[in-house]
Structure formats: C-alpha cells, structure tokens
Design a protein around this ligand. Structure first.
Ligand code: PRX
Length: 650
C-alpha cells in the first residue's frame, strides 16, 4: 500500500479546483466563513443551532474550562424531535427518511411520517419495559431499520444508547454491557452476511449470562426460520409483539443540552475499550452543520454513507446528521461483493444516490476488482464523493474520482474520530481546491495544530503530532465512569490541548496530510483496534506465555495485525497452534481482530528494563533495515527473529 512517507506525499502536486457549476450552487461557497468562525466561534455555532428546534433557548453558547466543555448551556432540546418531528411538522411527512436495502434484496422505505410512528411506538415499548430517562440501553443489531428506530427511540425518552457493532463477539458485547450497566438489550435473531447468518441472538444469550444489569432482551425477527433461536420466558420479547399494541403517541422529552445522548466504545492504547460519551445539544448542532456543508446537502438529495451504524461514522452520518437535515439516508445491510462485486453500484443506480461516503479500504478493494464493475451501472446521479476512516493514498483517490465520480464529482476526504463526534478536517467542496491524499483544512472554527515532541509547532512539511486547541460542539464529554482516564488519555501529552493520537504534516499551502496513528492503535480496514486488546486476548490462551502485537502495512486494509508469540513450556508451535490462537482472538474480540500473521519466537526483543521493542518488530515485519538496537538486552534475539521471519515470509 499506500506510501505515506512524508517524502512521497510532498511530491503530490495534482490539484482539483471546485467545478464552476458545483461552486455556484454549493451551500457553503463563501471563503469568508473561515474567518468569521475564527473571529466569533460562539456566534458561528449559535447561528447553526438556530436552524434547529429548542424547547428553551440556551443561556450561554460555550462554557470552557479545559478539558471540560459545555455547549448551549441551559438549552432544552431533543435530537429525535429535530431528526423526525420537526420535518413532519414542516410538511415532509411523506418524504423518504430512510431507504433500506437488505442483503438478500428486500427493501423498505420509511417516510418521515413512518419514522415518527415507529420511533414513538418503540419509545413507548422501552418505557413499558421500565426504561427511564438516564437508563442505558445496549443495541446489538444488524444494519436493519430497527437499529436507527431503536436509537431514536432511546434519544426521544432520554435513555442513552450504546450500540455495539454486530461483528463483536459475545465476550466483547458482555464487557460493553457491563461497563455501561445497561438495563435492556436490543438484538435480532440474526443478520445476513454474504448469504450466511450472523448468530446475534446466540451471542447475546452468551453475553447476557454474564451481565447482572440486563432485565429485558428485545429480539427483532430478521432471519426467521433460517436460524431458530431460544426465547427465555420473561426476559426475552419479540420486537413485533411488543410493537403490535404500543401507542404511536409519545412526546419527546425536553432534555438538557448536556444530557447524555450515547456511549460508544472504542479502542485505546491501554486497558479495556473506552466508553466515549457524547451529549445532546452540541453533538446535534455539530453533526447537523457538518453534514449540510461538507456533503452540500440539497433538499432532494439521496445520501448514502456505507459505514455500519455500529461505528461512529454511522451514528453521525447515517442517522443523526442526515436526519437532522431532513435528508433521505440510505442503509444497506450486507457486503459490497454479494451477490456480485457491483452491489454498491447497483444500489447507487437503483436509488439514484447523489452522495456516497465510504472508506479507503473499500476503494482499494474496488480498484483490485477493476473498473468494469462500476462501468456496468449508471452512476450519473452521483454529484459528490466522500471518504473517511484512514489515510487515503493518492492513487485510490484518483481512481475513485475517475471511475466512480466520472471525473466530475469532488472528493471530500474527511478526518475525524469517535471522540470528535463530527468531521473536523475536510474540504468544503464548493470552496476548497482538492489535493488527492490530503484532508485539506480544518472545518470553520476548528483549531488544529501540529506539534513536535516538546509541544512546539512544527514548520511547513515537518511531521508531528496532531492536536486540537479549541473546543468544538460535538467533542466527547469524557470516558464513561472514568474521568481520570479522560484527562490522561487526551489532555496530558500536551497539557491543555486535545491530543488526537495521529501524526500529520502541513504543506506549504497549509493543507493537512494525515500520517496514521502514532500510538499503539492499529487501523485495520478503517476499524480501530488496540494492540493491547489483541495481546490480552492472546495471553488469555493457556498456551501463550507472552505476546506482542503490531500493525503491518497491508495493500487493501491499510494495516493488518501481526503477532509475535512466545509459547509456554510443553506447547508446540505450528500451523495448528496458529489457527487455535487466531480463533481464540475471534472469540475474545470478534473477527475484525483476527491476526493476519502469527510468528512464534523463543524470546521477544526487550530493552534492559524489560520493555518490548515494538519498533524493531515493525522493522522486522516490514522488511526494513533494523533501527537502533543498542538499548536491547540481548542483541541476538532480534537477529534470530529477523532471520526466522524472512524464512517464513518467503
Ligand atoms: O487515525 C485516524 C483515522 O481513524 C482514527 C479514528 O478512528 P475511529 O475513532 O474509529 O473513527 C473512524 C471514523 C471517523 C483517526 O485517529 N482516520 C479517520 N479518518 C481519517 C483518518 N486518517 C486519515 N484520514 C482520514 N480521513
């Protein structure tokens, strides 16, 4: 893959100005918004907030005592009211809110009127199950309409949701439920993936066996007879039965701006996944405005973000941002290669999608499959393309622009994180001249800087640490039930500023080029995984004495997981053990964390103080000349390992 060395990126000189027709009709087309937002940050965000409905207006736009921000203080609102009721009241009752396509080819269109009815009914169901304002609800569902309905129903009554990606294992689900102390779990009998069934209810049963707080499990019937499940009387309830006699009237709670909206778990450098906390008002305003400006949303647009709602991208840019704008948002249940490799393009053609937002790893996969697949389909409805999740290599950008966008659609490369809640570094497609591979510049009002080790700003084209120096409305408010870790993780590397964990550089024009994570987080196909989590999963196996996990460059996934493992006395290395350990990681975390390579070693290279030298492991795995080895306790370990690795690799 992707050569993301600073040197290679500096050679990138292609530039794409906004096409004149696009610029003329763009929602954000006046360069002055940047200055205005910098000069009056609060006024800028207050103007965006005024587009939305507030039961009571805020007293103060921002209260900022680093690292704690409060936005729209004193305001009373409800994000579901803004995403649904507001549009019904404005005459959009019959407009499509969600267009859903199931993997087997079934389809459902929910108008704003339908969505209001379904969400209100499910909100009443939750109340009947004893869910009160402030109670947490875990959602473990495939990509089906009941997922956004459940989220919006929670938000309607002020019960924070915590969505767990359907690819996580039973154990991972259990840990997340327990951290959130959720009262209710919403799941499905199964989900479809490449024609196979994902056994969600079975995983849920295993998880709930170890979750003292879960009182009720609501089960959506998705795959039906294809996967019979066990229903535990009293605890488990079919969604459709509960909905059958639920009232369709449920007033939206008048919530405080800073009331908890959701918790979403993400990987960090140490310990268990962190529950990232997002609150109501600021998140609503941040996702509303970024969706509108960055994707240049027009009234009749059909917008498709291909992410799974189990990740933040789906929360902000399938559900909340698009619906806050009254857009038609597309949801697809399955994979891009089922039944054939043109599935995405068939969906674009069928629903006349205008804006598509996907990930570099998907684009690289499409490149590998070749341009004939998109060429089979009519993609003329597309007007704008977006990418997110990892650095995009310029060649993938150019391919996307040419073969999907027909050379006419701007590409917005959007940088952000679970923690940031909204896109922070991005082009505005009617204003910004694009450079392939660069996320360009901070969104108006966002203050990003690049610092060196000592915390001083670096010069043009020098690499450094990406930080954010001013608050933004959708920023995380903390780590659930762990305030110390919040400070330590984000605000201590450089006191008083938010540390992203990413490396970046700015070119002579001030454009930002993201260089990937600089901490022990790996980005596998746009999914964030902590090396520590995979190591813990490995050493949990009785055969393993010690494990070190690193990310290695991968042509399609960006990065893949490589593990160096020391076995305990009496256990034999070999291909069977490799399989056992891979399966063990899948069981502990989920298939997304399955190591690509496992290499057994008698010893791991360590410093004299006993720290594993991952840098050397990375050099070995990437076939580079070994860096400085002078601090190693035993020089021979690393040489032997390098030799072994080279033999096994090839
Ligand atoms: O390393 C950055 C990378 O993804 C990380 C955030 O991952 P997550 O919280 O799972 O959220 C992913 C989707 C918002 C970042 O720290 N990343 C995300 N977008 C980009 C990116 N790296 C480069 N360019 C991007 N556009």
């Amino acid at each position: 893959m992707p050569d993301r060395t600073i040197e290679a990126l500096l050679l990138e000189e292609r530039a794409f100005a906004p096409p004149p027709a696009f610029r003329q009709s763009a929602i954000a087309r006046d360069e002055r918004v940047y200055d205005q937002a910098t000069k009056d940050l609060q006024g800028f965000w207050a103007r965006a907030a005024e587009d939305l409905h507030w039961f009571a207006k805020w007293r103060t736009v921002l209260e900022w005592t680093p690292p704690n921000a409060q936005w729209f203080v004193g305001g009373k609102t409800n994000i579901t009211y803004n995403c649904v009721d507001r549009h019904v009241k404005a005459g959009r009752r019959t407009k499509a809110a969600i267009i859903w396509e199931g993997e087997p080819g079934d389809e459902r269109v929910l108008t704003y009127g339908d969505l209001l009815r379904e969400v209100s009914k499910f909100a009443n169901v939750l109340k009947r199950l004893g869910v009160k304002r402030g109670d947490r609800v875990t959602i473990y569902l495939p990509m089906i309409p009941e997922l956004p309905i459940a989220m919006l129903a929670c938000a309607r009554i002020g019960a924070p949701h915590t969505v767990v990606f359907g690819g996580f294992s039973a154990e991972a689900l259990r840990d997340r439920i327990n951290d959130a102390q959720a009262k209710v779990l919403i799941t499905a009998d199964g989900g479809w993936r490449r024609g196979n069934i994902v056994p969600l209810k079975r995983n849920a049963d295993d998880a709930v066996a170890g979750t003292p707080t879960i009182e009720h499990v609501v089960v959506v019937r998705r795959v039906g007879d294809a996967a019979p499940i066990h229903i535990q009387e009293g605890r488990d309830h079919w969604w459709h039965r509960l909905m059958a006699d639920a009232s369709a009237v449920c007033e939206a709670e008048q919530l405080d701006s800073e009331d908890l909206l959701y918790i979403l778990y993400t990987s960090g450098t140490t310990g268990k996944p962190k529950g990232i906390v997002h609150t109501t008002g600021g998140y609503m305003v941040g996702t509303y405005l970024t969706t509108k400006w960055i994707f240049d949303l027009k009234d009749d647009d059909v917008f498709w973000c291909t992410a799974d709602i189990g990740w933040v991208t789906g929360h902000s840019y399938i559900v909340y941002g698009p619906l806050a704008n009254g857009t038609t948002t597309v949801m697809y249940e399955g994979t891009p290669d089922y039944p054939d490799k043109d599935r995405f393009w068939a969906i674009v053609e069928k629903y006349r999608v205008n804006i598509i937002y996907t990930a570099p790893t998907a684009i690289r996969t499409f490149m590998k499959w070749g341009p004939d697949y998109p060429a089979r389909r009519d993609l003329s409805s597309l007007r704008l393309l977006g990418t997110v999740g990892e650095p995009i290599n310029p060649e993938a950008w150019i391919w996307y622009h040419k073969h999907i966008g027909g050379g006419r659609c701007p590409v917005v490369d959007t940088w952000w994180q679970t923690e940031t809640g909204m896109i922070l570094i991005t082009p505005l497609p009617g204003i910004t001249t694009l450079k392939p591979g660069s996320a360009t510049r901070p969104f108006p009002g966002v203050a990003a800087e690049i610092l060196n080790e000592q915390g001083k700003p670096v010069g043009p084209s020098e690499g450094g640490y990406l930080v954010l120096t001013k608050p933004w409305p959708a920023m995380l408010r903390g780590i659930y039930r762990d305030p110390d870790r919040y400070v330590k993780q984000y605000w201590s590397r450089f006191p008083g500023v938010y540390f992203t964990g990413d490396g970046a550089k700015q070119d002579k024009d001030g454009y930002f080029w993201l260089l990937g994570r600089v901490d022990d987080v790996i980005n596998v196909a746009g999914h964030r995984i902590g090396t520590y989590e995979v190591e813990s999963a490995l050493v949990d196996n009785p055969a393993v004495a010690e494990a070190a996990v690193i990310g290695v460059t991968h042509e399609i996934k960006g990065q893949a997981i490589a593990a160096f493992v020391t076995l305990k006395e009496g256990f034999a290395a070999g291909s069977e053990m490799v399989e056992t350990l891979k399966q063990h990681v899948v069981k502990k975390i989920g298939a997304l964390a399955r190591p690509e390579q496992i290499l057994f070693t008698g010893e791991l290279p360590k410093t004299r103080s006993g720290k594993i030298m991952r840098r050397l492991l990375r050099d070995i795995a990437e076939g580079r000349v070994l860096g400085d080895t002078t601090t190693l306790a035993d020089q021979t370990v690393v040489q032997a390992l390098k030799q072994r690795y080279e033999e096994e690799a090839g």
